[in-house]
Design a protein around this ligand. Structure first.
Ligand SMILES: [Zn+2]
Length: 402
């Protein structure tokens, strides 16, 4: 069995700004439409949605209809819970006492596979608008033989890997959620979908144009969704469980800080995720990586890791390792409750420095200096500062080397 202990060499790290932009586009685009309308009247109808992965979702309505033709038929759709809704105009015709309508929506490659969309039709007749009940559709490749299984609040979807994958995934979910709960008091607050692809190229194609060839997965709390490349041939089994624990941590953190999404520093996200991941199994020797970088004077400034990861693969792995080391330092010094306090402060809208001051009484710079002192007693200073990007609401996972 192979292990995934090194990154595949790649020339470019995920432009998180791009990932965020893509998610931002879809959310903003969905948000452009009208708010859900309280149904004055409801009409009985058969609803259907057909997914053409990578290109479109077609929503269809078939309802009994008598009287004059409606003046307009619209589709209202968006993310579940009515949080975000968009309106589109449907084409329709009357045929033998039935109203048949449809609307083809092209998400333009910005919708992640596994995302759930809620929809209903609005029919405007002489008595004003009437609405159908709402229905949901999962945007996922209908040609793959998906199997599903639930473990607590996590719904797993996979099409290859058999019972072995499911067993290992369940182990990862349980161990990850246990570590989150016991160590940080964190838990999932909404149902979360975990979608496994056995074919990385297909996964990236389904994620849409612009997905980098080295992306091995993504966590997007906005969609309550994790998409992972999980071929049992390429991933060590324990690595799979650890990876699931890592990704669940991102979702649980976002659930904890609530809406609206907060600008959590990436070092906090990845630091806690790697700590929870390591509680399940070791994927990387983060400590050794940090120590080597420290000795070579290659450490990245933590201010630089607030919103971005470096562009180069070696720097990216170091960024994970530093995040891990820094969060472990906070936990060693102040306990896991310090992390909970930081998240609480973010939920209340605090800035990074205020959140840290509230939790541990120090600014990031002061904290960083103390952390550096634990690596060595010399007067080393943080060096290269990375470019700052906005915290990604979709956190990409790099592909481990097969
Ligand atoms: Zn991560």
């Amino acid at each position: 069995m192979t292990t995934g202990l090194a990154y595949r060499p790649f020339s470019r790290w995920l432009p998180r700004r791009l990932a965020l932009t893509l998610i931002g586009i879809i959310v903003a685009w969905l948000a452009l439409g009208a708010s859900p309308v309280a149904a004055a009247q409801s009409i009985p109808a058969d609803l259907e949605a057909e997914v053409e992965i990578r290109s479109a979702i077609t929503f269809r309505l078939d309802a009994p209809w008598t009287g004059p033709p409606p003046s307009r038929v619209s589709i209202l759709f968006g993310l579940p819970d009515g949080a975000v809704t968009r309106r589109g105009r449907a084409t329709f015709e009357l045929d033998d006492g039935r109203l048949v309508a449809s609307h083809r929506w092209r998400p333009r490659g910005t919708l992640l596979p596994g995302a759930e969309i809620e929809y209903q039709f609005e029919v405007r007749g002489t008595d004003g608008p009437a609405h159908t009940t709402t229905s949901t559709v999962v945007y996922i490749d209908p040609e793959l033989p998906w199997q599903t299984q639930s473990e607590g609040l996590v719904d797993m979807w996979w099409y290859a890997g058999g019972d072995g994958l499911a067993t290992d995934a369940v182990a990862g979910i349980r161990r990850g959620l246990t570590a989150l709960e016991e160590d940080f008091g964190l838990e999932l607050q909404r149902r979360t979908r975990l979608v496994f692809y056995a074919d990385g190229d297909r996964m990236r194609a389904d994620m849409g144009r612009g997905t980098r060839p080295w992306v091995g997965g993504v966590a997007a709390a906005r969609f309550n969704l994790i998409v992972l490349y999980a071929s049992e041939f390429d991933w060590g089994r324990s690595t799979l469980a650890a990876t699931i624990a890592h990704e669940l941590t991102h979702i649980a953190i976002e659930h904890a800080v609530g809406d609206p999404p907060r600008n959590l520093p990436t070092w906090l996200h990845e630091g806690v995720a790697t700590v929870v991941e390591s509680a399940v199994a070791e994927r990387f020797s983060y400590e050794d990586i940090v120590q080597a970088a420290f000795e070579a004077d290659r450490l990245i400034s933590l201010r630089g890791l607030t919103g971005s990861f470096p562009v180069q693969s070696t720097g990216a792995l170091l960024a994970y390792a530093q995040s891990n080391s820094f969060v472990k330092f906070i936990i060693d010094r102040w306990g896991e409750s310090a992390i909970t306090k930081i998240l609480d402060a973010y939920r209340e809208g605090a800035s990074q420095d205020r959140a840290l001051r509230q939790a541990v009484g120090l600014s990031l710079n002061a904290l960083e200096a103390e952390w550096l002192a634990t690596l060595d007693q010399s007067d080393a200073e943080p060096t290269a500062s990375a470019r700052v990007l906005t915290t990604a609401s979709a956190l990409a996972l790099p592909l481990p080397q097969p």
